[in-house]
Design a protein around this ligand. Structure first.
Ligand SMILES: Cc1cc2nc3c(=O)[nH]c(=O)nc-3n(C[C@H](O)[C@H](O)[C@H](O)COP(=O)(O)OP(=O)(O)OC[C@H]3O[C@@H](n4cnc5c(N)ncnc54)[C@H](O)[C@@H]3O)c2cc1C
Length: 420
């Protein structure tokens, strides 16, 4: 039983199904749409020095030496690489190709004109990192009324170092000119060929020899590669997407792709269900109660993988007396006192102690208590719920979720093989 439908839950479900395990998955897929859709492995290390890293593997070596309890230190670099490659190979198979370099991070434009280092980007964003690297003649397009994106802000921020960077603003043909527009509306509209052609025509008058055209991430939900190729043909330029502020279409694409395709692998998926109760059974295994707003089904599972996230995902609950794990009431590694949770300033480089609170595990990703004893023989944990990591400050969100999911599923498969 995989509890969680964030990146860790989805990756664990995929890896387990690929290993021939019979998987039931539950979780609200809501959180994935907040993600920018790019896959960070390790972009900043050490966080205290805010050191931006071009080579994530180099940084990883330093991290596992300096932080032996970090979840990444539980895996060999090859295992982490295989986990990311297995996930992106699957996404390419189901129509969501990702790109990146083997041994270095990609530099990506953000919607506010800063640049970030990340490990894998959707193919639709790839030309953007090439335009940035070449400082090539490039047009960035604003859509009237679109929230969470400003081409003008980007040119303001980047313009001095990139003279050939221009911006233009267009109305989205076929939508009312008044009021806000949401990326999802535009994305669904661009799935229709006639609307796409009108959209391209509205941009074409502004291209004027630009080699690259940057757009907010609105190029469809199901046919992004086709829409990208079509626009490139119409505009006679390389086209790329730039992530918008969350909730982002890039997250929605991931959600839709996983929801549609994981069941094809034989997964019994319950994407709007919560697990309300989980009890260990005397003979081993667990009985779980799940449902939409109340328990509707029970599941008997030999093993459980907890990928319930942190405070947003509701895997961890902050209370007056401390931080609690919501389902099994597992021991949570955390600061002794509540007043140690936060550093003095919100953007403190070293981060907040509360961000490193979470579930401690052994090398098999099995939750342990304060003296290192395994809590339940058949319980595993993965993702941001794990202790001793600060994925936000080290830019390692998806990498950590996917790698720990890989490690936990490997351990489960081994336990299944040795117990059968
Ligand atoms: C705004 C935002 C931007 C981000 N940007 C990036 C980025 O640019 N790059 C990057 O690499 N990462 C990014 N991330 C992080 C990344 O997307 C993941 O959130 C992160 O990797 C943690 O994933 P997770 O699966 O551990 O947890 P979550 O994504 O929090 O998922 C937890 C899951 O558990 C489920 N759950 C919890 N309790 C129960 C229960 N009782 N029963 C059933 N299901 C339950 C929740 O419904 C949810 O599906 C971003 C995240 C956010 C929120």
């Amino acid at each position: 039983m995989v509890i969680g439908a964030g990146m860790a839950g989805m990756a664990a479900t995929l890896f387990a199904a690929q290993q021939g395990l019979h998987v039931v998955q539950a979780g609200l897929t809501g959180e994935v749409i907040y993600a920018s859709g790019v896959f960070d492995l390790l972009g900043v290390y050490p966080p205290k020095e805010r050191r931006v890293r071009n080579d994530p593997w180099d940084a990883l070596n330093e991290l596992v030496t300096a932080e032996p309890h970090h979840p990444y230190a539980r895996l060999a670099p090859d295992a982490i690489r295989t986990a990311m490659d297995t996930l992106t190979a699957y996404l390419a198979e189901i129509g969501l190709p990702y790109k990146g370099h083997r041994n270095r991070n990609t530099t990506l434009l953000t919607p506010v004109g800063t640049v970030k280092r990340t490990y894998r980007v959707p193919e639709s964003m790839w030309a953007g990192s090439q335009a940035l690297a070449a400082k090539a003649p490039c047009l960035i397009v604003d859509l009237v009324g679109l929230r969470g994106f400003s081409a003008r802000q980007m040119v303001e921020t980047l313009g001095s170092a990139w003279p050939d960077l221009r911006t233009a603003t267009i109305d989205v043909p076929g939508t009312s000119v008044h009021g806000p527009k949401y990326p999802e509306h535009v994305a669904r509209m661009l799935e229709v060929e006639a609307d796409r052609e009108r959209f391209a025509a509205a941009i074409a008058t502004h291209v004027n020899g630009a080699a690259y055209v940057g757009l907010p991430a609105v190029l469809g939900i199901y046919q992004t590669s086709e829409i990208l190729a079509d626009l490139e043909k119409h505009l006679n330029a390389r086209v790329f997407e730039i992530p918008t502020m969350p909730p982002a279409i890039t997250g929605l694409r991931l959600k839709e792709a996983f929801e549609r395709h994981l069941p094809v692998l034989g997964v019994e998926a319950h994407y709007h269900h919560r697990v309300f109760d989980a009890r260990p059974l005397p003979g081993g295994g667990f009985k779980l109660q799940m449902g939409k707003s109340e328990p509707e089904h029970s599941v008997l599972a030999d093993r459980v993988l907890l990928a319930t996230g942190r405070f947003i995902g509701k895997g961890l609950t902050p209370k007056r007396d401390g931080i609690h794990e919501a389902l099994f009431n597992l021991p949570v590694h955390q600061p002794k006192h509540r007043d140690e949770w936060y550093a003095g300033t919100f953007l403190a480089p070293q981060g907040h102690a509360v961000s490193r609170a979470g579930i401690e595990t052994d090398s098999q990703f099995q939750p342990v208590d304060a003296v290192g004893r395994v809590v339940h023989e058949r319980l595993y944990a993965a993702g941001s719920i794990l202790a001793h990591q600060d994925w936000m400050r080290t830019k390692s969100g998806v990498g950590l979720a996917v790698a720990s999911a890989w490690g936990a599923v490997k351990a489960i498969a081994k336990q299944v093989a040795t117990s059968s």
